[in-house]
Design a protein around this ligand. Structure first.
Ligand code: GDP
Ligand code: MG
Length: 177
């Protein structure tokens, strides 16, 4: 099961950030429950989900926090970031503004987050190729310039979602062991 008290060797906290509507909650539900919602509604308050991941011979419990609608009100506080070893910074490849705002999110991450946090930049909604406003190269070069990992995903079509979370957990494991 996925209960909090199940035996594990490590507990890693990671946070999801990025503009409202980019698909954070759907990435998380895809990863934690293999669910996708077309009509997802923002909930108020912090939500999180767990998933156990086998890394080498260890069992890691990944605790992923979701902003749950607060990104609209700039109400994310330092407690959201506290203790987080990883961050998944999401933009929407079909919404230019969400990509422009990545720098603001990075600034906030660097202000409130751990300095050696593993940060993955994610361009979500790669299935919307018809309405693409951000080229994959742009995401890649921003990530390179800022020292982040990078991947494009589709929560809808379940492309690269697992990979993003697993890569992050493996990287965290590498630097914390
Ligand atoms: P959040 O505000 O960042 O948590 O975004 P949500 O997960 O609530 O998603 C916002 C909207 O985008 C919803 O209507 C989702 O169905 C939709 N959405 C999320 N991920 C994808 C995706 O990969 N592809 C497409 N086409 N739509 C998506
Ligand atoms: Mg959400």
């Amino acid at each position: 099961g996925d209960s909090i008290d199940e035996e594990c060797d490590y507990l890693f906290k990671a946070v999801l950030i990025g503009d409202s509507g980019v698909g954070k909650s759907n990435l998380l539900s895809r990863f934690s429950k293999d669910e996708f919602r077309l009509d997802s509604k923002p909930t108020i308050g912090v939500e999180f989900a767990y998933r156990n991941i086998k890394v080498a011979d260890k069992l890691v419990k990944a605790q992923i926090w979701d902003t749950a609608g607060q990104e609209r009100f700039r109400a994310i506080t330092s407690s959201y970031y506290r203790g987080a070893l990883g961050a998944i910074l999401v933009y929407d490849i079909s919404a230019r503004q969400s990509f422009e705002n990545v720098r603001n999110w990075l600034r906030e991450l660097r202000e409130f987050g751990n300095s050696d946090m593993v940060i993955v930049l994610v361009g979500n909604k790669s299935d919307l190729s018809q309405s693409r406003q951000v080229e994959e190269e742009e995401g890649k070069s921003l990530a390179e310039a800022e020292g982040l990992c990078f991947m494009e995903t589709s929560a809808l079509e379940n492309v690269n979602v697992e990979q993003v979370f697993l890569d992050m957990v493996y990287k965290i494991h590498e630097i914390t062991r």
